[in-house]
Design a protein around this ligand. Structure first.
Ligand code: AMP
Length: 189
């Protein structure tokens, strides 16, 4: 799942994982859990997360590597929020290659910046996450454009990018994802 903060990739990633009975591996959730438990990774990540900056590639890559190559998850997985940089995408490709994992599709939730800002402010008002405050929101969107958006080109070049209109209700977006993704997954079986 690829998309800007506030695009609904967490919600859609969870739903997609439930639909296909596979784990939902969210780098943001995993990192927030490390911060809560005050692990060494959590302590190293907390300041950058609060600022809305990305965590060092090496730290995120090793954390995700451990999650996705667990032998108890043979049926695949939904990766949400990772990779987020071209360096991470290259590392993900290497990990996949070494472990015989095929990355079938990258679902990119495309959504206008004004709508994102409104959604993130609403989420911040609900106090769900400390990084959803107005000072950090603009910065997280800038970080997304500078560091994550190049992945759209990266995965277009690899022919696995599926662009989804991320506007509308959760159910509308979910229906678009299923329509686009189901044939790809059937072909990959
Ligand atoms: P998210 O829940 O996906 O919005 O992630 C929340 C925060 O966790 C981000 O703003 C980053 O600080 C950090 N984070 C999550 N995934 C990554 C990643 N793949 N690379 C670097 N930082 C990440």
């Amino acid at each position: 799942m690829l998309g800007p903060p506030g695009s609904g990739k967490g919600t859609q990633g969870q739903r997609l994982a439930a639909r296909h009975h596979v784990p939902h591996v969210s780098s943001g959730e995993l990192l927030r859990d490390h911060v809560r438990r005050q692990t060494p990774l959590g302590r190293a990540a907390s300041h950058a997360m609060a600022r809305g900056d990305l965590i060092d590639d090496e730290l995120v890559i090793s954390m995700i590597g451990e999650e996705v190559i667990r032998p108890d998850a043979p049926g695949g997985f939904v990766l949400d929020g990772f990779p987020r940089t071209v360096a991470q995408a290259t590392a993900a490709y290497d990990i996949a290659l070494r472990h015989g994992i095929t990355l079938h599709a990258v679902v990119w939730l495309d959504i206008p910046r004004d709508e994102l800002r409104a959604r993130l402010q609403a989420r911040g008002a609900a106090a769900a996450r400390p990084d959803d405050n107005s000072a950090t929101i603009g910065h997280r969107l800038d970080v997304y454009v500078a560091q994550t958006l190049p992945l759209v080109e990266f995965y277009t070049g690899r022919d696995i990018l599926i662009t989804i209109d991320g506007t509308g209700t959760v159910d509308q977006v979910a229906a678009r994802i299923d329509t686009a993704l189901d044939p790809v997954l059937r072909a990959g079986e």
